[in-house]
Design a protein around this ligand. Sequence first.
Ligand SMILES: [Zn+2]
Length: 249
Amino acid sequence: MKKIAIDIGHGEDTYNRTGSKGVPGLEEHHFNAAVGIELKKQLEFNGFEVFYTQPPYQKDVGLQFRTELANKKNADLFFSIHADANSDKNVEGHWAFYWHTSAEGKHLAQFLNEEMNRLIGTPPIGSGIKACLPNVSWPNFHVIRETNMVAVLHEHDFMTSRNGLKRLQSNSFRLQSAKANARAICRYFNVTYKEPTQSDYENHWAKQSIEKAINKGVMKGYGDGLFKPDQLLTRAELATVLDNLQLLD
Ligand SMILES: [Zn+2]
């Protein structure tokens, strides 16, 4: 069974702590987490073993920790999920980064580019793939450079573009992005992609409300990516939810 490391860009604390990795209306981690949770589900459905190097809706764990964990656990593929930013507000679209000497990484990046173009049709930036290089400040991503296995970092769209932001905020774009990622990973390993059947996640009557509550920061998602609508709240959790809603002020 192939082992996939899903690396959710940044942490739930990053934007509030640093003011970067987000724009008004979207914290990058929230997009990355939504795609990562769905991608994990899709990959598991297609027979992969999946673990997070950065779990969704948890504090940023640091780049060194992420790559050491992926190396220690002998992942077969490392997949980092991001949304991009640019000072030019007209820049929109997607691109995938790989290490310059890795033909395998380039392959995977190309599959990602093709699946994004086919499923979503947003413009690729340049050719849609870009090599990371040593001894430059950019692009030279730690997670691509320091991982021992094939690795890509996927920038799905630009938060700084008006169209890009709308897409990144929408559930349909997040779902399609996860699907494009899953299809590319399946292609890379010569696995025929199967679309997950409707599970209780898709059908659950409270799904939208729970997602809304998580996205607004009222409630926490589950670090393991599981959707547990029937889980009981503890008194401490309920008090935290009420406090987040500012009902205790
Ligand atoms: Zn990022």
